[in-house]
Write a protein that binds this ligand. Structure first.
Ligand SMILES: Cc1cc2nc3c(=O)[nH]c(=O)nc-3n(C[C@H](O)[C@H](O)[C@H](O)COP(=O)(O)OP(=O)(O)OC[C@H]3O[C@@H](n4cnc5c(N)ncnc54)[C@H](O)[C@@H]3O)c2cc1C
Length: 403
């Protein structure tokens, strides 16, 4: 028998791990989170959606975020610009019930805050400890964990939730990874001192700018409360002529008149590195198995265009926590129909809109739709992250927008 025995071991202390841990701890389970890094650590994914706020609230974590005084940027919507076209959506006008606002956050501080809050509530958290081996063939799961100094020890758990994000701890150990089905797109990004004074820019909204000629190349602009912003460009490799991320970003901004104007005084070099990702999609052979389930990007990640990653991650935590809790109480659980299928419904709704974004149909829709109409409010609800609201006809049939 291993020296450490828990009801649930969660791999990864990002938002998916913190939310699952807090929800299961609230239900009286003995929960341990393993985190290979030491927080605060950088991770991409700084724009949160209102639906994620609902889940943080349910997990008892939202109050800490609101009270933190860490300068998270209040946000009430999305703005889009393409050439001389500009449109914005206010989350408060969305079709679905629930929160109408959210935050943009520096993830290093945000993730530390969430996991510390879960810890205060009673969750055991071990930083600098990496899951190395996983054996789920017995009545419980046997885990081998490596400490920073290279020592290893064994742990036992009744259930394991993999919230390891893009590292994909369990899919790698089980050889469950699949090659991406979609086109490979690169990302170049950094943080800048934006020094924006233009009244054309609404700091309470994220800005997405489409390249004037190449509609499948776009820039995210995510303002923070401290005068800095996250800026990144996404596109296929052949669009990027320069070798350096700094030059790619600066040239792209120069090619987009709206951005060039509002960022005329921006300071680009401020100690934050210019970063590059050669690709970002993840997909695996499944989302659950004997005594385990995959959360967030460990299960699947499609695309950053709608800032849906953290929202999908915490929604998966909520669904999984409910199933784990019943399974460990000896109640029957249908993992396919109570976890995988409902999770995939929303992911697929985002997937249809992502496809529509890159082929131009969703872009046309957001610039043309009457935002005060029922359809406009339904689109707005998707942008706010309510992709699992079956009351919304655009969730039930994600193709109806393009009919
Ligand atoms: C370019 C880009 C832009 C994005 N923008 C957004 C955005 O604006 N908004 C948004 O919501 N999402 C965005 N995302 C998605 C977002 O990054 C992820 O969906 C989100 O971080 C997932 O959170 P998580 O809790 O699942 O994982 P993470 O936050 O990645 O946490 C996983 C943790 O697991 C730990 N870990 C890994 N392996 C092990 C192991 N073997 N043992 C122990 N610990 C381990 C890691 O150290 C890490 O801390 C973006 C993604 C990309 C690629």
């Amino acid at each position: 028998m291993a020296a450490f025995i828990y009801d649930i071991v969660i791999v990864g202390a990002g938002p998916a791990g913190a939310v699952a841990a807090a929800l299961l701890n609230k239900q009286g389970f003995n929960v341990c989170v393993l985190e290979k890094q030491h927080f605060p650590r950088f991770v991409i994914g700084e724009s949160l959606l209102p639906y994620a706020m609902d889940i943080l609230q349910e997990a008892g974590l939202l109050r800490a975020v609101q009270a933190a005084g860490l300068g998270f940027q209040y946000k009430n919507g999305f703005a889009f610009s393409w050439g001389d076209r500009y449109t914005s959506f206010s989350f408060l006008d969305k079709f679905s019930a629930g929160n109408g606002t959210a935050f943009n956050v520096q993830r290093a501080e945000f993730d530390l805050l969430l996991i510390r809050e879960a810890e205060k509530q009673g969750v055991a958290v071990r930083f600098g400890e990496t899951l190395k081996k996983f054996d789920n063939e017995g009545e419980t799961v046997l885990l081998t964990v490596e400490r920073d100094n290279g020592d290893t020890y064994d742990m036992e758990a009744r259930f394991v939730l993999d919230a390891s994000g893009f590292y994909r701890a369990l899919p790698r150990l089980m050889n469950w990874e699949l090659p991406p089905e979609t086109v490979m797109r690169q990302v170049h990004f950094t943080h800048i001192d934006d020094r924006i004074t233009s009244p054309k820019f609404d700091r309470n909204k994220n800005l997405v700018c489409i390249h004037p000629e190449h509609r499948d190349v776009w820039v995210w602009f995510i303002p923070f409360a401290n005068g800095r912003s996250s800026i990144g460009v996404v596109g296929e490799e052949h669009y990027f002529r320069h070798e350096s991320t700094a030059n790619i970003l600066k040239e792209t901004v120069a090619e987009i008149p709206f951005l060039a104007e509002i960022l005329a005084d921006a300071k680009w070099d401020n100690g934050f590195p210019f970063r590059y990702l050669p690709g970002y999609t993840t997909k695996g052979k499944g989302l659950y198995g004997r005594h385990f389930a995959l959360l967030g990007a460990s299960g699947e990640f499609l695309d950053p265009i709608f800032s849906s990653g953290v929202t999908i991650a915490v929604h998966s935590s909520k669904l999984a926590a409910d199933c784990v809790s019943r399974e460990l109480r000896g109640l029957p659980v249908d993992w396919k129909n109570e976890f995988a299928v409902p999770l995939t419904t929303g992911v697929n709704a985002f997937g249809s809109y992502i496809n529509g974004w890159y082929d131009g149909r969703f872009q046309d829709l957001i610039f043309d739709v009457d935002k005060d109409s029922e359809l406009g409010r339904m689109v707005c609800a998707i942008l706010a992250g309510y992709a699992w609201d079956r009351e919304n006809p655009c969730v039930r049939d994600s193709q109806m927008l393009f009919a």
